[in-house]
Design a protein around this ligand. Structure first.
Ligand SMILES: [Zn+2]
Length: 95
């Protein structure tokens, strides 16, 4: 595939890894950590979380050993979505 026009890193079908990571870092800096903590600790459905915040809640609950179907209920997403997030996080951690 063509190199990224911004950083010239070879792109995969997911786009440019360095640029994606930079975007994720930026998003992480703007997370509502109080809302994330509340969802993680109460394990109750928490409406109004932004996508990056849901990802953070999912990652933290996963680290606590909470099963995917429970995370799906808390975040009002499908179990499949939780499994996809976990797979993506594993891929990012391994990269
Ligand atoms: Zn790039």
């Amino acid at each position: 595939m063509n190199p990224c026009p911004r950083c010239h890193h070879p792109r995969t079908r997911h786009g440019c890894a360095p640029c994606n990571n930079r975007r994720r870092r930026t998003a992480r800096a703007q997370l509502d950590h109080l809302a994330i903590d509340a969802a993680v600790h109460t394990r109750r459905p928490t409406p109004g979380l932004r996508p990056a915040e849901r990802r953070a809640v999912s990652a933290q609950l996963t680290a606590h050993g909470v099963p995917a179907h429970e995370i799906a209920r808390i975040l009002d997403v499908t179990k499949r979505t939780v499994h996809r997030w976990r797979a993506q996080d594993r891929a990012t951690a391994a990269a």
